[in-house]
Ligand binder design. Structure first.
Ligand SMILES: Cc1cc2nc3c(=O)[nH]c(=O)nc-3n(C[C@H](O)[C@H](O)[C@H](O)COP(=O)(O)OP(=O)(O)OC[C@H]3O[C@@H](n4cnc5c(N)ncnc54)[C@H](O)[C@@H]3O)c2cc1C
Length: 352
């Protein structure tokens, strides 16, 4: 059918892409290879304020149970220096909102249903195929030799609205508030991640307290735990002949600083904007405009997350000192804090 756009992959980016195109009056078909999983392993997603604006546009925000983040506390284990970013610094109601991946997906699936968009198994003929199938093993990868250990942790006092990012010699450790508990995302050597995933509760809590310290209170219990491999995969070109790539299909990042999905939603937003007035959505000129629009935002996000994933590794005291000065300088310089926070929230995309 003329004008048809097929979106392949009903993950969060594919669902948002289909909903944005549908809202713009486009003829869109959403295609998923296998049945969509309503249940997925625990994975906390810190949505930025910009992502909230996109989700509001498609009516998917109000039903989401999200825990707002008003402060992000950044520190390093075994050396001085810390930075505190606040929502007020960035001029937004919250620096981010933590949701579970499965809850977000379920919310988007019900928006699709409300909008009359069915998930199909065949993309048929399309003028444009938008790839949102998630990460691809075919892409060249930079392996971080790390896995992310994910765990739901209860603390005393209970988690409120502060998120914590602590750089440890073995990898970054984030504690994200989620419904009164913390969801920990901890990068570490794959063997240790597997061992801690199945370790007795007391052993796990001790390891966590040793790495994190006492700033977030006392760690008293751990619930669901899982682990996932980490790599950087970037597609050399995000467009091809009548095809465009968005979300993890275009770039898969280290989860440090929670950028991957936020970047993917900005991909979807920008592609929807570019396609708005396009007569032929698969025309090379239109797709090149999209690629040019996304280049800077994607490249900056890749560089920042790649830097943060590795810059704090190891226990070299001199490097620790330098990093400490960096964190302290950021902490005392409001314009730098504001720039950093706004860059993490909005990227370089033109948003609603
Ligand atoms: C531990 C961890 C924590 C994270 N935390 C954050 C965070 O705080 N903030 C953030 O922004 N990001 C975070 N991320 C990154 C985020 O999870 C991803 O960027 C995001 O899930 C990408 O969404 P996507 O829709 O592109 O891909 P996916 O979520 O992978 O979805 C792709 C979908 O496509 C389907 N599919 C695959 N192949 C095909 C095919 N051939 N045809 C049709 N369908 C297909 C899959 O079944 C799947 O449903 C985190 C990642 C990890 C590992």
């Amino acid at each position: 059918m003329p004008g048809k756009i097929a979106v392949r992959g009903a993950g969060p980016v594919g669902c948002v892409m289909a909903l944005l195109l549908h809202a713009a009056g486009k003829n869109v078909r959403l295609v998923q290879r296998k049945a969509v999983q309503g249940k997925a392993p625990l994975k906390p997603i810190a949505l930025s304020h910009a992502s909230r604006l996109i989700l509001e546009r498609i009516g998917a925000w109000r039903a989401l149970e999200a825990t707002p983040i008003s402060t992000i506390h950044i520190s390093q284990q075994g050396a001085f220096g810390r930075t505190c970013l606040s929502a007020a610094d960035a001029g937004v109601p919250a620096l981010g909102y933590v949701v579970d991946y499965a809850s977000l997906l379920n919310c988007l699936l019900s928006r699709l249903e409300d909008s009359g968009i069915r998930i199909e198994t065949d993309s048929g003929d399309a003028l444009l195929v938008v790839h949102a199938e998630g990460t691809s093993n075919a892409l060249k990868e930079k392996n971080y030799a790390q896995e992310a250990l994910v765990a739901l942790v209860t603390t005393s006092p209970v988690a409120a609205r502060t998120a914590w990012e602590r750089f440890t010699p073995e990898g970054p450790l984030a504690l994200l508030p989620l419904g009164g508990r913390y969801c920990a995302v901890w990068g570490m050597h794959p063997e240790r991640a597997q061992a801690l995933c199945s370790a007795p509760e007391a052993e796990f809590l001790l390891a966590l307290a040793t790495a994190f310290g006492g700033r977030a209170g006392q760690f008293v219990a751990v619930g669901e735990r899982n682990h996932a491999p980490l790599a950087l995969r970037v597609r050399p070109s995000r467009v091809g002949v009548r095809e465009a790539f968005v979300g993890n299909a275009a770039q898969t990042l280290h989860p440090v600083a929670g950028q991957g999905l936020n970047l993917g939603l900005r991909d979807a937003w920008d592609l929807a904007q570019v396609l708005q007035d396009a007569q032929d959505p698969g025309e090379a000129r239109v797709l090149q405009r999209f690629a040019a629009l996304r280049r800077l935002d994607a490249m900056a996000s890749v560089r920042i997350t790649d830097f943060l994933a590795e810059a704090f590794l190891g226990a070299n005291p001199l490097a620790g000192l330098m990093r400490g000065f960096g964190l302290t300088a950021l902490d005392i310089c409001l314009p730098a804090r504001r720039f950093f926070a706004r860059r993490m929230i909005y990227g370089t995309s033109a948003l609603p």
